[in-house]
Design a protein around this ligand. Structure first.
Ligand code: FMN
Length: 212
C-alpha cells in the first residue's frame, strides 16, 4: 500500500515514560577513550536499540498495551542482548487513532520536533544502532527526528526496522542516510504491525543473516 493509499484508507476509516537505556559497561575500556571494536564477520560491537512505539488504540490491531514496534524491539533484545532506549515524547499521544493520525500529520506539516524523555549518556559505547519505528505518514514520527537532532550516529552501523500497515520501510532508510551520510547501513526489516506477534522467527532469521 502506498502512502497515498494509506492516507485514503486511514481517513476513509476515520475512524512510557521511561528511559530504559541500560548500557553495558565496557569492561575492557579502562581509559576514557571509547573502544572501537571490529564488526566484520562477527557481531562483537555493542548494540543499542533505539525505538519509538505507540501503545493504545492503533490501526488494525485495536487497543494494544504493547506497541507493535516494541514487540519487534523486544525480539531483537531477546536475541542479541542489546540494550534499549525507547524514545518517549514529553507530550501525550494517548488519544483515539482517528485523532492521532491528524495530530501526527500536523506535526509533520509544521516540522514540529516534540521533546522526548531521558537521554543516552554513553552513545560512544555503542557500535551498532538498531533504529526502530512505526511508519507515520510515510516516515518516522516527528519525535524520532528530535532524537536524530540530538545524537550524531555518523560513526555507527545503523540497522533500521519498521512496523507499518502497507508502506513497508517508507522513506525511513533514505531519511537516515541523508541525516547520517557517513554511517554504515545494513539490511533493514519491515514488519506489518498486525503480524508482529507471530513474527519472532522472521525477526530472528533476519538477525541471523546479519551475523548475530
Ligand atoms: C499517526 C499514524 C500514522 C500512520 N501512517 C502510516 C503510513 O503512512 N503507512 C503505513 O503503512 N502505516 C501507517 N500507520 C500504521 C502504523 O505504522 C502501524 O500500525 C505500526 O505497526 C504502529 O506501530 P506501533 O504500535 O509501534 O506504534 C500509521 C499509524 C499511525 C498511528
Amino acid at each position: 500500500m502506498s502512502i497515498k493509499t494509506f492516507m485514503i484508507t486511514a481517513f476513509g476509516m476515520l475512524l512510557g515514560a521511561s528511559c530504559n537505556a541500560t548500557p553495558k559497561a565496557n569492561a575492557e575500556n579502562n581509559s576514557s577513550e571509547p573502544v572501537k571494536e571490529t564488526l566484520e564477520n562477527n557481531r562483537e560491537g555493542k548494540a543499542l536499540i533505539v525505538f519509538f512505539s505507540h501503545a493504545g488504540e492503533n490501526y488494525a490491531v485495536g487497543n494494544i498495551t504493547v506497541g507493535n514496534t516494541k514487540v519487534v524491539a523486544d525480539y531483537i533484545k531477546d536475541y542479541t542482548g542489546a540494550d534499549q532506549f525507547e524514545v518517549v515524547a514529553e507530550k501525550s499521544y494517548d488519544m483515539p487513532y482517528s485523532e492521532l493520525i491528524k495530530v501526527a500529520q500536523e506535526e509533520q506539516r509544521t516540522g514540529e520536533k516534540p521533546a522526548f524523555k531521558g537521554s543516552v549518556d554513553n552513545l560512544a559505547d555503542y557500535d551498532i544502532i538498531f533504529v526502530g519505528t512505526p511508519i507515520w505518514w510515510g516516515t518516522f514520527p516527528q519525535v524520532m527526528f528530535s532524537f536524530f537532532d540530538k545524537y550524531d550516529l555518523n560513526d555507527k552501523t545503523i540497522i533500521p526496522f519498521t512496523t507499518h500497515e502497507g508502506s513497508g520501510l517508507g522513506s525511513v532508510v533514505n531519511d537516515l542516510k541523508k541525516l547520517y551520510p557517513n554511517a554504515k547501513f545494513e539490511k533493514a526489516l519491515a514488519n506489518k504491525g498486525t503480524e508482529v506477534r507471530s513474527s519472532r522467527d522472521r525477526v530472528e532469521k533476519w538477525l541471523k543473516e546479519l551475523g548475530f
